[in-house]
Design a protein around this ligand. Structure first.
Ligand SMILES: [Ca+2]
Ligand SMILES: [Ca+2]
Length: 261
């Protein structure tokens, strides 16, 4: 028998749950392929683009080019990505970051809008408003910063670097567990999923994996995790509209959650 969801009786601050996926204690999670450091998430992109196009890709990912405003952050990025990226294991490990003096020469600012508090890691003789060596034409301005393993240099913003680093806020999520009228966890049966599922029958190892799958998919705000008789877990990732649907309740081993950001 189908009944409307009538109560959402528990709220779980999801940072409690995310402690399972991140050792950090300051809350928030990063989507797949993004890595946490402090309160931010970082991701290395490895397709050759100029600075402007790199920034656009970051924005498409609700991020900005990295604001590398502490030495610790610079070190994290070097240690995290200089050994794994395709062009950097032994090379200079060069990639775009958000620092630029595009608007006013020698007034450096962060693409993210973060205040420039004076920190920088310019390499020797940088910034020199030149791309590459001094033999290049002076008109070839250096207005966009690239970070290397050991420091930064200003380069021509239209130069195509192989890599760039995006940065965004870690998200704070609140999960609401969904209950039916009789107080047992509400859930959709397999036969009811077809119209409401973005991606169903994905095997996961844990509820947290299902949560992470959901937040990596646009428009997903509801997910449920079903376990079968052998305790294998199946993750159903649902369209947001699903929360207005009617659900069965009382499935053993099935839990549904609504994500509020
Ligand atoms: Ca410049
Ligand atoms: Ca330069």
């Amino acid at each position: 028998m189908k009944i409307m969801i009538i109560t959402i009786t528990s709220m779980i601050i999801f940072t409690l749950v995310t402690s399972l996926v991140s050792s950090s204690t300051d809350g928030g999670v990063c989507p797949d392929l993004w890595h946490p450091f402090g309160r931010k998430c970082y991701r290395l992109f490895e397709n050759p683009l100029n600075w402007f196009d790199s920034l656009e890709v970051c924005k498409d990912n609700l991020a900005s080019l990295a604001t590398v405003n502490t030495e610790e952050k610079h070190k994290f990025i070097v240690e995290k990505y200089c050994s794994s990226s395709s062009n950097s294991s032994s090379g200079p490990c060069e990639r775009w970051i958000g620092f630029n003096d595009i608007d006013v020469e020698d007034v450096w600012q962060w693409a993210s809008g973060a205040k420039n508090d004076g920190f920088n890691m310019w390499g020797p003789s940088e910034p020199n408003d030149r791309d590459g060596t001094v033999s290049e034409p002076y008109t070839n301005h250096g207005d966009c910063a690239a970070m290397f393993r050991r420091g930064w240099s200003d380069r021509n913003c239209f130069a195509q670097l192989n890599e760039y680093i995006c940065e965004k806020e870690r998200n704070m999520y609140i999960l609401k567990r969904v209950y039916g009228r009789n107080g047992s966890p509400a859930c959709l049966k397999e036969t009811e999923l077809a119209d409401l599922t973005l991606r169903s029958s994905t095997t996961v190892r844990s509820r947290v994996d299902c949560f992470r799958l959901c937040i990596s998919i646009e428009h997903c705000t509801v997910f449920q995790v079903r376990s079968d008789s052998k305790n294998a877990l199946t993750c159903d990732v649902l369209l947001s509209e699903a929360k207005h649907a009617q659900y069965d309740s009382g499935h053993d081993g099935c839990d549904m959650f609504i994500i509020n950001i």
